[in-house]
Design a protein around this ligand. Structure first.
Ligand code: PRX
Length: 677
């Protein structure tokens, strides 16, 4: 990738350049039972058959009415899939399974406390709970189709139940990752214009009971200051008959969901017939400016794509027990804990706690007890399990047929450990590359028909046609051996529809870069820019190298450098801030934060830790800088721009390259000295 002089060192530039790896074969046992063994699927989903090929995914769902147009491009690049079709997501994830599977477990809920028995929620039970909550949202909270509601919930069944209750009524749910701060929650309440917030008293995490309700108070107060009034805070109780938060309920604003539900016992709510193109939910993600982007996902297209990829890429059958260890607060959990697996009538596992609590064997005890056969996690977790409990998997009697990795590039060495030790050399691995924006997987091997290659995501999935462009829009093929910007040539049903309330930003961030004719209504003119650097090998497998923009991928989650910088600038002493990604053995990349102080302030350890805490408070612990470096000045160009590229090189112990354009070259040595100490 070309390094822009004033740009920061991108993740792609610090990526390891791995060598070509040997292929591994899926087992014949796996192939014999796989959902998709037909190699002609790629022909069926070729560009010649686009967009009609995606009817195959839509037909996995029950529709009230088929669409009029499979892909409406009249408002390009805001695509409408299955336009005019009518469908309800909750009906597809719950009601339609009752005939055959009402007594089957939909959700296995595993408390972090091992002393508590696993709760098995059947499809019938899920149906009852979703209906009762829907009745409450409608009759008590006054919510209706098209309204937005913010959820700030951790990993308990209350979260998918609330999501499905919203979906039943056509309420747009906006779930904020439970680990995010009250401030981050407030920003999303404001942007989505929610006047109802749904939260919980607390939850177990890492051996502690977290007071979560206090975040709601912060969020509501901050939102109010910015003009967004929240009239009702609906509070789940982690244990129905108890309220365990030390933060009191606010009279006239806060209401206990568990108490209110008593009034809705036995209530049934007809699912609302939604247009396929009606929004199902918003999921916020980080971008190049400080403001998080509300990715708006559709009902019909999204659900069809999440379901199709769950069935064919993760090979989920109704009789499978499927465990995705992501958090439902991220897109992975939406698509691949809730919507995809439940649409297929599978049993999905929800685990409240951290994977290594109380010890490194916990995951494998859960897998053994529930007889999980499909497992889904991220490289950062695999690295952690490898470090703290390499011998644990062998001690337990579980067997996976398939394992998924997602969220960041996985080193071939870590991949092989995942395969041999966690997968016991039996499971097929799919390395799935995708994004919050894309709704579902884009690149991966098809588990029964492609060979696996450690460290490479794989080819574009059926109906996904990736291409790599250089800065000038020339295609970079395998022969060039060069990395460039990975794009998708065509729309697909899972793609987000727009950024909530900001169509211009949607177009300019994702579609303008390689569009030759901005007035065109032809999808061929609008390649989707993913914002990742990648290269393609001769076999057509893509290797993802990391982000090309001001976004850091920490443990598989995207954080905007600008968000972190602006949080640190809220500390009065701080004059300037710059964040750079640093390669990290466990987390992939972590942020290093450089700050300079206003005149008259002294750099102290206390101040550094206050800045670090400030970042956590504003965003959440996930954003904690590896280190806060208080420097006398930032390396700057003559026009005064901070050269993050140089700071990035210093943090990563790399050559700083050409520093001749700096206005203050002497500062480089000073910072280098500090960091190398
Ligand atoms: O850089 C890519 C990386 O994660 C980014 C998307 O992050 P987010 O929207 O938070 O969604 C995470 C879960 C889909 C991408 O732009 N990424 C995701 N999957 C992979 C990956 N990098 C390499 N390999 C993957 N399998």
């Amino acid at each position: 990738m070309a390094e822009k002089e004033t740009g920061q060192l991108s993740e792609a530039q610090i990526a390891v350049h791995w060598r070509e790896e040997k292929y591994l074969h899926p087992s014949t046992k796996f192939i014999a039972q796989a959902n998709m063994t037909d190699k002609t699927i790629c022909d069926r989903f070729s560009l010649d058959n686009f967009p009609d090929c995606f009817k195959e995914y839509a037909d996995l769902l029950d529709w009230y009415k088929y669409w009029d147009t499979i892909l409406d491009t009249s408002d390009a690049p805001c695509w409408k899939w299955f336009a005019g079709g009518k469908i309800n997501a909750a009906y597809n994830c719950v009601d339609r399974h009752l005939d055959k599977h009402k007594n089957k477990t939909a959700i296995h809920f595993v408390s972090e406390l091992e002393s508590e028995r696993i709760e098995h929620i059947t499809y019938q039970e899920l149906y009852v709970r979703v209906n009762e909550v829907a009745a409450l949202l409608q009759d008590f909270a006054g919510l209706k189709k098209g309204d937005t509601v913010t959820l700030h919930l951790p990993m308990t069944p209350d979260l998918p139940i609330t999501m499905l209750a919203c979906a039943r009524l056509g309420i747009i749910h906006c779930e904020v990752f439970g680990g995010f701060s009250g401030r981050a929650c407030a920003d999303r309440i404001i942007d989505s214009k929610s006047n109802v917030l749904i939260t919980i008293d607390g939850y177990h995490r890492g051996g502690r009971f977290i007071d979560h309700k206090k975040n709601a108070d912060t969020a509501v107060n901050l939102a109010k200051k910015d003009g967004q009034a929240v009239d009702k805070v609906l509070v789940w109780h982690r244990y129905p008959e108890k309220y365990l938060s030390p933060t009191p309920m606010v009279e006239g604003r806060d209401y206990s969901i568990n108490d209110l539900l008593k009034n809705y016992r036995g209530k049934r709510i007809e699912p609302v017939q939604m247009l396929a193109e009606d929004p199902l939910f918003l999921m916020y993600t980080s971008g190049t400016t400080g403001k998080p982007k509300g990715c708006q996902h559709s009902t019909g297209g999204y659900l069809a794509y999440a379901t199709g990829t769950s069935k064919y890429v993760q090979d989920i059958h109704p009789e499978d027990v499927y465990w995705c260890m992501a958090d439902i607060g991220w897109i992975t959990g939406h698509s691949y804990i809730v919507y995809g697996p439940l649409a297929l009538g599978a049993s999905t596992v929800i685990y409240e706690g951290v994977p290594t609590y109380p010890d490194a064997g916990r995951c494998w005890r859960i897998a053994e007890e529930l007889d999980v056969n499909i497992f889904h996690t991220a490289p950062t977790v695999i690295r952690a399990l490898r470090k703290v409990g390499p011998d644990e998997p062998a001690k337990y009697n579980y067997h996976f047929k398939l394992m998924t990795t997602v969220g960041e590039p996985i080193e071939p060495e870590v991949w092989r450990w995942y395969y041999k030790v966690i997968g016991k050399s039996e499971a097929v691995i799919v390395d799935t590359w995708w994004q919050t924006e894309t709704g579902g997987f884009l690149c991966s091997t098809m588990p029964a028909t492609n060979l696996m290659k450690p460290g490479s995501a794989g080819p574009g999935l059926p109906g996904i046609h990736p291409v790599i462009y250089d800065e000038d829009g020339n295609e970079l093929n395998a022969e060039t051996g060069a990395a460039g910007n990975i794009c998708i040539r065509n729309p697909w049903p899972g793609a987000f529809q727009t950024i909530w309330g900001d169509r211009d930003r949607y177009v300019s961030n994702y579609y303008a870069r390689y569009c030759k004719n901005k007035d065109s209504k032809d999808w061929r003119d609008w390649p989707y820019l993913a914002g990742d650097a990648a290269m393609v090998a001769k076999d057509g497998y893509f290797r993802i190298l990391g982000r090309i923009d001001d976004v850091i991928n920490v443990s598989g989650h995207r954080l905007g450098t600008k968000e972190i910088e602006s949080a640190s600038l809220d500390i009065v002493e701080v004059a300037e801030a710059a964040v750079v990604p640093v390669a990290d053995d466990m987390k992939g990349t972590v942020p290093d934060l450089y700050v300079s102080l206003k005149p008259g302030y002294e750099p102290t350890e206390e101040l550094a830790s206050r800045i670090s805490e400030g970042v956590c408070e504003a965003i959440g612990k996930i954003a904690r800088p590896r280190k806060v470096w208080i420097v006398n000045d930032m390396p700057k160009t003559r026009s005064g721009k901070i050269m993050r590229r140089i700071l990035g090189a210093i943090s990563n112990g790399k050559d700083i390259g050409d520093a001749s354009t700096l206005a203050n070259p002497e500062i480089v040595e000073e910072i280098k000295k500090k960091v190398s100490n």
